[in-house]
Write a protein that binds this ligand. Structure first.
Ligand SMILES: [Zn+2]
Length: 189
């Protein structure tokens, strides 16, 4: 059940609002507090005069827009399937401006994308982006990295590490050192 409770959260540049039952709210808040522990991002409850904010709700999956959206943006965290610390961190990192690790500008040096195994219609999730990477190395342990079978149509890998084709990745349970460094560099902490 989703209940609007006016609960929330915000950071130095973004504001957040949570509409969810208490147990779900606590997971979201715990995840937001991990940013307090490791970055300069601070979340506060949304107040009436705050124009830009993030509203967490239980939608059709786990998703977020990229970067700040005017007049509030939504982060969907489906009650069954998205309420994990790493998933909340992942979606909040999108809201803070970060792309998936496997689409970063230098990814072709580190991974091969096996397009023949990608589910039709899902190819756009693998299109490279002109990211500047903020001086951080390619990171298989990033909470923003997909796993090697993401959007596979046939159980075969869609992403393979060039240095070691049997490497497993995309299983981070927490933000990596590089994820944290990027936040602090982007927000000039
Ligand atoms: Zn994502």
């Amino acid at each position: 059940m989703v209940v609007k409770q006016g609960a929330v959260i915000q950071d130095v540049s973004c504001l957040f609002f949570v509409s969810a039952a208490t147990e779900e709210r606590n997971i979201i808040i715990t995840a937001l507090l991990t940013f307090h522990q490791s970055t300069c991002i601070r979340f506060v409850w949304r107040q009436y005069f705050h124009q830009d904010f993030i509203h967490f709700f239980s939608g059709t999956g786990c998703w977020s827009s990229l970067g700040r959206q005017s007049q509030g943006q939504t982060i969907s965290l489906r009650k069954n399937g998205c309420l994990y610390i790493n998933t909340v961190q992942h979606e909040v990192l999108h809201a803070l401006g970060f792309h998936h690790e496997q689409v970063r500008s230098d990814r072709d040096t580190y991974v091969s994308i096996l397009t023949q195994n990608i589910e039709p219609g899902m190819e756009s999730n693998f299109v490279k982006v002109g990211t500047n990477n903020l001086g951080t190395p390619y990171d298989f342990n990033s909470v923003m990295h997909y796993n090697k079978f993401a959007f596979s149509k046939n159980g075969q890998p869609t992403i393979v590490a060039k240095s070691n084709p049997s490497l497993n990745f995309g299983q981070a349970t927490d933000m990596s050192v590089n994820d944290i460094a990027r936040v602090n560099r982007l927000y000039q902490c």
